[in-house]
Design a protein around this ligand. Structure first.
Ligand SMILES: Nc1ncnc2c1ncn2[C@@H]1O[C@H](COP(=O)(O)OP(=O)(O)O)[C@@H](O)[C@H]1O
Ligand SMILES: [Mg+2]
Length: 292
């Protein structure tokens, strides 16, 4: 006769071995984080799409409080790396650690709860909702209320307070009641930043936040990103194709090429690195608006 503790063990075993889609976890390989100062770390991270290895053995560390950029030509694997870290995509092999904890197989809604916020390369707002509602819904994602759009106004109180706070930070307070879809493109990117910021993450992963913006709007957005980092003590991981921006704002830069890291260092080291110059920077500096 099976006792209740055995049933419990079986059920717990099922829960431990199953991920959020009910698939089995691969067996643990007992890797641990190697650097306690790193807020994020990947170890030999790999993702195949058929014959293509989009991310090919990437090991990198992001220091807490850093502004760490990831650059590389179009198709280098930057967005895939973001997807693997944030839990949007599962790696073929390798590990991801957040504050020393293995988060490799956590889905995105759980990495958000841990404190990792990420943006997508394309604008990702609800155009028919107001600016305020967009941010309020993003706040709710943290409060387990993501799908309860029709709850009474009173229940939204804390989310509303946070939403107005966030709109102030990103400078959209005066546009709170406008439909998000009618905002100028530059303000839509600020709104997206606000939506990532809403649940107050420790790490913001920004995938080409200046994409599609008029050149004269770029410095304002970058100043905003820098102030979010310094005022809020956040860590920023930035994918950015504008080399002037990258060289100006980054503490550290990782260069990817064909899924692999080909260089890492501070802006001075990267701009004088001969491998990077021949593989990438030379091309970029020759036409300024390089590939994404
Ligand atoms: N879901 C997918 N299925 C198949 N191939 C993909 C997928 N996502 C990305 N890729 C491929 O992986 C490579 C890296 O893409 P990506 O990570 O988007 O590069 P980057 O962001 O550096 O431009 C590209 O060759 C791309 O076509
Ligand atoms: Mg990309």
């Amino acid at each position: 006769m099976w006792g209740s503790s055995r049933w419990l063990a079986l059920r717990r075993g099922f829960l431990i071995q199953s991920d959020f889609r009910g698939r089995r976890e691969p067996p643990p390989d007992y890797l641990v984080s190697t650097n306690v100062d790193a807020i994020l770390e990947t170890q030999d991270l790999r993702r195949r799409f058929g014959a293509l290895v989009a991310v090919d053995g990437v090991s990198m560390q992001v220091g807490a409080g850093a502004l760490h950029s990831i650059i590389g030509p179009n198709g280098a694997g930057k967005t895939t790396l973001f997807n693997l870290i944030s839990g949007t995509l599962r790696p073929t092999s390798g590990r991801v650690f957040y504050r020393g904890e293995d988060i490799t197989h956590l889905p995105m809604h759980r990495t958000i709860h841990r404190g990792i916020g990420r943006s997508f390369q394309i604008t990702n707002i609800f155009p028919s909702l107001s600016v305020l509602e967009n941010v309020r819904l993003a706040c709710q994602a943290m409060g387990h209320d993501s799908f309860r759009m029709l709850r009474s106004h009173a229940k939204f109180g804390p989310y509303m307070t946070r939403a107005y706070e966030v709109l102030d930070i990103v400078g959209l307070g005066e546009r709170a009641l406008q439909p998000a879809g009618l905002l100028p493109h530059g303000d839509q990117r600020k709104l997206e930043l606000g939506m990532i910021l809403a649940p107050n993450p420790d790490v913001l992963m920004l995938d080409e936040p200046t994409a599609g913006m008029a050149a004269e709007q770029v410095p304002e957005l970058m100043l905003l990103i820098q102030s979010i980092r310094s005022d809020g003590g956040k860590t920023i991981v930035l994918v950015e194709h504008n080399m002037n921006v990258v060289m100006n704002v980054s503490d550290r830069i990782t260069v990817m090429h064909q899924g692999q890291v080909i260089a890492e260092g501070d802006p001075g080291e990267i701009s004088s690195n001969p491998t990077v110059q021949s593989a990438y920077l030379g091309d970029l500096y020759s036409d300024r608006e390089g590939p994404s």
